[in-house]
Ligand binder design. Sequence first.
Ligand code: FE2
Ligand code: FE2
Length: 311
Amino acid sequence: MTAVVDTLPETERYARAVESSKRVRWDIEKDVIRGRRFDTGHKFLPDGLSLAGAFATLSPGERRFVSQIQGRTYAKIFGLVERFINAKVLELSHDHWFGDQTALEALVRFSDEELKHQALFRRIDAMIGDVLPSGYRFDVDANAVAHAVLGKSTWAVLALTLDIELFTLLHYTQSIAADAELSEIFKDVFLYHWKEESQHAILDELELVRIDSGMTADARDRAVDELIQLVAAVDGILQAQASADAEYFAATCGRPVDDAEARAIGAAFLKAYRWQYIHSGVQHRRFGTVLGSLITEAQAQRLKAALATLQ
Ligand SMILES: [Fe+2]
Ligand SMILES: [Fe+2]
């Protein structure tokens, strides 16, 4: 996003999001999958996301397997977060029904794209299931998570969503680093997801600022606490999944893994997941700029202190 676009009137920013959304529109089968299958000779997530180096005891082949397990979890986590993001976007669209019709169109397209992304990630999950050993588990219910998240204030949900959409953009830039072993299908997943998420990040920001402008200082202060609670809830999911994925690795890697190594592998999974799903977004320059313009220094410190516990 350029500085010139930042200063455009809101209605013009919604219009640009609609224009871009139409221009980049893609199809799951025709553009992303293109009749291909996953090959376990490839990494599914790039080293910069899987934190391959953190898995100190593993061989290069085992690290590749870890990137494939993480690739499946990537599909599962996005399927999960896009469920509540879409519900929130549909709810927000209500505010524009009889107002700015361009803003309404931008949110309708946003919702439509998130439904498509969920279908893409279900497809990717099934395709990975075809090539990896059985026994993988992801025991989190997307609807139960969505209900819990949507119980928080819109401000908190939008701030979390902005974090998510921004880290999606960063994940794409990580995936384009030169790496001959990286799966071509996964590269396309990052590329095509990024194309549509770029508009979502702008719309999150517009909606967050709009909602914020109608809030009292007290309500915003409570919303900052709710954002911290939401991040902690995300972390709870990541902790459970890091354990599940470490167990799956130990059960299917084809060699014995003792308790000490199992603990180290679990810790490395958690480190990677916290990087992928929390820190890579909140460290994004735009997240700091947008949130920093809305909250006080004391609130920013509260958030920073909470994030610092997730290392
Ligand atoms: Fe998405
Ligand atoms: Fe999105």
